[in-house]
Design a protein around this ligand. Structure first.
Ligand code: NAD
Length: 333
């Protein structure tokens, strides 16, 4: 298939490297509103450069487009591409508002729309999901997700969209810790009843108008989850997910999984380490996630990370912001 990327910034290089591992698919074009960035990608990786998604799709015969632009552009660019008959692989977040979610839910298309929650493909997550499905741990009674990362003033001031609510849609949750919230939801695998959240900005007051810290309490019919994420720490510590189950507790720290059994035994599971492309905190899942997306198109089967699969994560994220902004617990219907 012929493939292209819109948005030639940091994450786009990871997408390039993943696409390049599939000899049967060819990167033919790049678009960026800063044309020189698209030109630099085209010079390095081959293909043509365009100043916009529209001009790229007007001039190239593309089967798949990767959307690697700022958050507010994901949905409009996805809709535009799908209407042109192109399959879409979208970087996270899937939406920045309920209006955008409704737009996605109302799309009528025979093309695939896939979302990049690549951490679901981490070997540690694959292993724990298998364990939970086998029933070995028993029912999940409670869970926690804990993300303590560092994003400096420079991270925001060097960007023309990060830290700006209108373009980013939020901060520590929508941009950094959404993966951990998604993994909690994926592993608990139940419909939440409500979310009660607090958002604040501890360390970049007057510099960003999005949150640098969020905490949330999520109620499920038979369990609860505590969630905390901040970008005000001094380094990017491995995110922690802990599942307290009937028969054991399972702790996942990036690629490490430790089981704490009722009899006091502690076991570190042997997990095959994989190579990631890009920054270490982006994880190692992009390659498997992107390959699976292309395979699903070839095999004409729905891609795993479709809208239905990730909709509850989106609801949790939107619910957390709504709760944090109005100071009320948000109930899901
Ligand atoms: N999955 C992950 O772990 C992960 C990691 C990093 C970034 N991301 C996501 O990837 C996306 C991009 O992030 P980034 O860090 O690469 O940002 P970036 O700012 O480095 O790159 C974005 C690029 O989009 C371009 N752009 C902006 N408006 C455009 C338009 N109208 N048309 C064409 N190009 C346009 C910019 O010029 C820039 O080159 C974000 O949604 C981010 O959340 C995901």
């Amino acid at each position: 298939m012929n493939t292209a990327i819109v948005g030639c910034g940091s994450i786009a290089r990871t997408h390039v490297k993943c696409i390049q591992t599939m000899a049967e698919h060819k990167l033919v074009a790049f678009a960026d509103s800063k044309l020189e960035r698209a030109e630099a990608f085209a010079a390095q990786y081959g293909g043509h450069a365009y100043p916009s998604l529209e001009s790229l799709l007007d001039h190239e015969k593309i089967d798949v487009i990767h959307i690697c632009t700022p958050h507010y552009l994901h949905v409009p660019m996805a809709i535009y591409s799908l209407e042109k008959g192109v399959h879409v692989f979208m970087e996270k977040p899937p939406v920045i508002s309920r209006e955008q979610l409704n737009i996605l839910k109302n799309i009528k298309t025979d093309r695939q729309l896939g979302f990049c929650f690549q951490n679901r493909y981490n070997p540690s997550i694959v292993k724990v999901k298998e364990m939970l499905q086998s029933g070995i741990g028993g029912r999940i009674l409670g869970a926690r997700g804990y993300v303590t990362w560092s994003r400096s003033e420079e991270y925001y001031t060097s960007s023309d969209w990060r830290g700006d609510l209108e373009y980013e849609g939020g901060g520590a949750l929508i941009n950094q810790s959404i993966h951990t919230m998604d993994l909690l939801q994926y592993l608990i695998d139940d419909r939440p009843l409500s979310i009660d959240a607090m958002i604040t900005n501890h360390h970049l007051k007057g510099i960003i108008d999005v949150e640098d810290t969020i905490s949330a309490y999520i109620k499920y019919p038979k369990s609860i989850a505590c969630f905390y994420a901040t970008t005000s720490y001094i380094t990017d510590a491995a995110p922690l997910i802990e599942l307290c189950c009937e028969n054991m507790s399972i702790r996942i720290e990036e690629l490490e999984v430790t089981c704490f059994y009722k009899n006091g035994q502690v076991e570190k599971l042997p997990i095959t380490r994989k190579k990631g492309y890009g920054k270490s905190h982006w994880g190692v899942g992009h390659e498997d996630c992107i390959k699976d997306f292309y395979k699903s198109i070839e095999e004409n089967r729905p891609f795993f990370l479709n809208l239905e699969e990730i909709e509850m994560t989106i609801e949790l994220m939107l619910g957390a912001y709504e709760s944090g902004r109005c100071g009320k617990e948000i109930f899901f219907s």
